[in-house]
Design a protein around this ligand. Structure first.
Ligand code: NAD
Length: 503
């Protein structure tokens, strides 16, 4: 709120190098998930503002693409330094608008900073290949060149990390970028943009516009947009991929998930219990890599009571409550959806061992709270198994063998992340080889790769081919040009060259 007017802060857009107030008539409330207080309002950009952002990004590309690569890298180095300096301030802002605990918010910021560090390595990431003497006195080498104006459309659940997956690498590659952050928590992305300019980025290489489908549709269909990075739910991801590619754009769409943890009976029981709780209800289950299904193999089924007791020992709370294990869900709509799925789980025959539907947090009666919830006897037809719940709900499935666990998990349409807890190298090796999921943890519950690898979801969790960060993102944000060259240093006899054969 502005102290004087008590009006909510109106979030600016970054267009043509200036933080501007939108002229829009449509504004969306940004609310504190623990109280419903309106902390800001975010505009739906007008058509003129969308055009201005695209034109500015297009014009900026003409010079940014030719800016020396070490200069681009130095912007990223400075940005990394500033992000570290403002780390706690960013985490607090993020915690207040998402409801995440301060510790969790710090993780969100930090995992974004790691990608900026990776972007600072851009000179070596852009290196092409060379073969000398592919024919007599002829050399072939490849150049890696930027695409033009790239776009990022990001979800609410990681408002620092996911924008930072995108624009630093795209811009380091020589592109210009338009970010359309989630309308549910736009304050953190705006602060990231401010710091980016402070780091010395030319003012119009990054634009930030706000809105929803209408604004996204402009970006998906505009002829001057070359590539779209999207992160969000499965239905929206499918829509983005289909619409973007139908308009001849390069698209990578990271979508929803249903992540399984396989627990072998030889696993370290305490490690399983410790990790399954944080991986399932941490961040209120609002992580695309959250474990939402535990697949207990053989005698591991005897650990259900221990899992239940440990889950029952954690509780949600507000962002600065150091005893809170996680915060509220992002919105009342998100909470209602989770509560509906919990009721469906009961109605469809799962055994609800722990029901967080009526969770109360003292002093915060209006928060979007859901307590830790545990279902056993879950079967594949149930809604709580088929759908991504995106809440603090863990489903338990029991099977007799590792083979059965693998076959069961491979049937699920999503394939973002999975983990296996075991003491057996042979079981782990079999699992990593046969599981149809793009990111596998071995005694690691949430195997989000560091940025020198790529974030490699599979199946309905990803549409496209080149993934986020790592070498794959550099390929996504660039074109390869292959040059075959010869230089003449002697007289050449006359006569037409009629062959494509290089000699
Ligand atoms: P969402 O799909 O509702 O929204 C994501 C973005 O798309 C937002 O910017 C939103 O404004 C925009 N959008 C929403 N509806 C749209 C439409 N009809 N047309 C065009 N744009 C639209 O997702 P969310 O609720 O913000 O985020 C949670 C989802 O994101 C979960 O499903 C989660 O699994 C997924 N996610 C996936 C990954 C991954 O890497 N696979 C990472 C984080 C989150």
């Amino acid at each position: 709120m502005n102290a004087q007017s008590r009006q909510p802060v109106r979030v600016a857009q970054l267009i043509a190098g200036e933080f501007q107030q939108s002229q829009s008539q449509q504004w969306i409330d940004v609310t504190d998930p623990a109280t419903q207080a309106v902390i800001a309002q975010v505009p739906c950009a007008t058509p003129e503002e969308m055009t201005a952002a695209i034109e500015s990004a297009k014009a900026a590309f003409k010079t940014w693409r030719d800016t020396p690569v070490p200069t681009r890298a130095r912007v990223m180095l400075k940005y990394q330094e500033l992000l570290k300096k403002h780390h706690d301030e960013l985490a607090e802002l993020l915690a207040k608008e998402t409801g995440k605990t301060f510790e969790d918010a710090k993780g969100d910021v930090w995992r974004g900073i790691e990608v900026v560090e990776h972007a600072a390595n851009i000179p070596s990431l852009l290196m092409g290949e060379t073969v000398e003497n592919v024919a007599t006195a002829i050399d072939t080498y490849s150049l890696t060149q930027p695409l033009g104006v790239c776009v990022g459309i990001t979800p609410f659940n990681f408002p620092a990390m996911i924008p930072l997956w995108m624009f630093p690498l795209a811009i380091a590659c020589g592109n210009t970028f338009i970010l359309k952050p989630s309308e549910q928590d736009p304050l953190t992305p705006m602060r990231l943009a401010e710091l980016f300019l402070e780091a010395g980025a030319p003012r119009n290489v990054l634009q930030v516009v706000h809105g929803r489908k209408e604004q996204v549709d402009v970006l998906l269909t505009h002829p001057d947009i070359k590539a779209i990075s999207f992160v969000g739910s499965v239905p929206v991801g499918q829509y983005i991929y289909q619409t973007g590619t139908a308009h001849m754009k390069r698209v990578q769409a990271f979508a929803g998930a249903k992540n399984h943890m396989v627990v072998m009976p030889d696993a370290n029981k305490q490690a399983v219990i410790n990790n399954i709780v944080g991986a399932s209800v941490g961040a209120a289950g609002q992580r695309c890599m959250a474990i939402s299904v535990a697949v207990l193999v053989g005698d591991a089924k005897n650990w259900i009571d221990d899992i239940k007791n440990t889950l029952a020992s954690v509780r949600p709370g507000v962002w600065n409550d150091s005893k809170a294990a996680y915060g509220p869900l992002i919105s009342p709509q998100a909470r209602n959806r989770v509560l509906k799925l919990i009721e469906q789980g009961k109605a469809e025959g799962a055994t609800c061992l722990l029901d967080g539907s009526h969770c109360v947090v003292e002093g915060y009666p209006d928060g979007n709270w859901v307590g830790p919830t545990l279902f056993a006897d879950v079967t594949p037809e149930m809604s709580i198994y088929r759908e991504e719940i995106f809440g603090p709900v863990l489903c338990i499935v029991t099977v007799d063998s590792l083979e059965e666990a693998i076959a069961f998990i491979n049937e699920h349409p999503c394939g973002n992340g999975t983990s296996i807890f075991t003491a057996s190298g042979a079981a782990a090796r079999k699992y990593q080889h046969e599981i149809e999921v793009g990111q596998v943890g071995i005694n690691v519950p949430i195997p989000v790769p560091l940025p020198f690898f790529s974030f490699t979801g599979w199946k309905a969790s990803f549409y496209g081919d080149q993934h986020a960060y790592g070498k794959q993102a550099v390929r996504f944000y660039t074109e390869t040009k292959t040059v075959t060259a010869r230089w003449f240093d002697s007289d050449i006899p006359a006569g037409p060259n009629m062959t494509i054969h290089l000699k």
